[in-house]
Unconditional design. Structure first.
Length: 335
């Protein structure tokens, strides 16, 4: 009787079944095209890199020429001191030690810090309130209002400061005329006691519209279904604002707070323009940037001016870092 099993000895030379090509393998081999060589891939990558550098190159050159190199040169100048006897000498950190013990610089830093503590909460409150109001109004008047509130930001700082200087004038300004019509004397916002509030008004007018646009865009990005769900649960309009809208735009509030902090600590344009109209209320060392300007262009002391600028940069960096560190752990400073 013939056995039905296969003799393993007689089939030693047979090809194993798992080594035979399957139909799927033959199809893949027939459809896969020629594999590109390594040299061709390298050439394609090189062309892509060159094209990318050609697009980025012009900006990179301008960035290096107009920002990086001037900053590097200013840092180099801050390490030297020009003397009447002995010429220019290398003092390393000597200028920085002098700056942080200079009453004029410290007075300017203290002013911009106090100015920031008053200005920034006012700006944020005004811009947030306007953004919340405009977010609830969908008429054409709302679109016109957004444009008018944003308009002061589009006006150049010099023109805006000159305009407010005219309005503040105690001799021929409209504020003085209005008070004079009632037999009263108008407030002199460019006097020693009022210049702080005069500048506060100018900067708030200039920047509140810009911050409002940022907050309004953040409000528009919120899903309206959240409001509907809150109304179904019985939430009032104030509860929707305080518990949903303000909390969800908290990242935008942090962003504008950082912008405002950096800009206020570098305060220069408005007081410099109004200095000639303030009759001594705005001295040359009113802010750190004005003090650096005086050292560079009035006293021709470019070394110490560079030091003041970098010292102010250190103050700005430390202030922003402290704020970001304080809000980082909680993630949301409004929660």
């Amino acid at each position: 009787m013939t056995g039905s099993t296969t003799d393993p000895v007689r089939n030693e030379g047979a090809t194993p079944i798992h080594d035979l090509p399957s139909s799927g393998d033959s199809t893949a081999a027939s459809t896969a095209g020629p594999v590109p060589s390594r040299g061709r891939r390298r050439s394609t990558t090189l062309r892509q890199n060159v094209a990318g550098w050609l697009f980025v190159g012009p900006f990179g050159i301008i960035f290096l020429a107009l920002l990086v190199l001037p900053i590097g040169y200013a840092l180099y100048l801050s390490l030297f001191q020009k003397r009447l006897i002995g010429g220019t000498t290398f003092v390393f950190l000597g200028n920085y030690l002098k700056a942080f013990s200079d009453p004029s610089f410290l007075h300017g830093v203290w002013f911009v810090v106090r100015f920031s503590l008053v200005l920034i909460p006012i700006q944020m409150a005004i811009s947030l309130a306007i953004a919340l109001i405009l977010d609830m109004v969908t008429s054409k008047f709302a679109r016109f209002s957004r444009l008018m509130i944003f308009l002061p930001y589009s006006i150049p700082t010099v023109i805006g400061a000159l305009m407010w200087g005219f309005l503040y004038s105690k001799n021929f300004g409209p504020i003085a005329d209005i008070f004079g019509a009632f037999g009263a004397t108008g407030p002199d916002f460019l006097s020693n006691g009022m210049v702080f509030y005069g500048l506060l008004n100018v900067v708030t007018w200039q920047w509140a519209g810009y911050y409002m646009i940022i907050l309004y865009a953040a409000l528009q990005a919120i899903d309206p279904s959240l409001y509907e769900a809150a109304r179904i649960d019985g939430a009032s309009q104030w509860q929707i604002i305080s518990r949903i809208k303000i909390r969800l735009v908290a990242p935008a509030l942090v962003l504008i707070l950082v912008f405002a902090l950096i800009g206020t600590l570098q305060f220069f344009n408005e007081p410099k323009i109004l200095q000639q109209l303030a009759a001594g209320a705005i001295p040359d060392d009113f802010t750190p940037n004005m003090y650096a300007y005086q050292q560079a262009f009035t006293l021709a002391n470019s070394n110490y001016s560079s030091t003041i600028s970098f010292a102010l940069g250190a103050v700005v960096f430390i202030s922003v870092y402290i704020f970001m560190f304080a809000t980082r752990k909680r993630g949301n400073f409004l929660s």
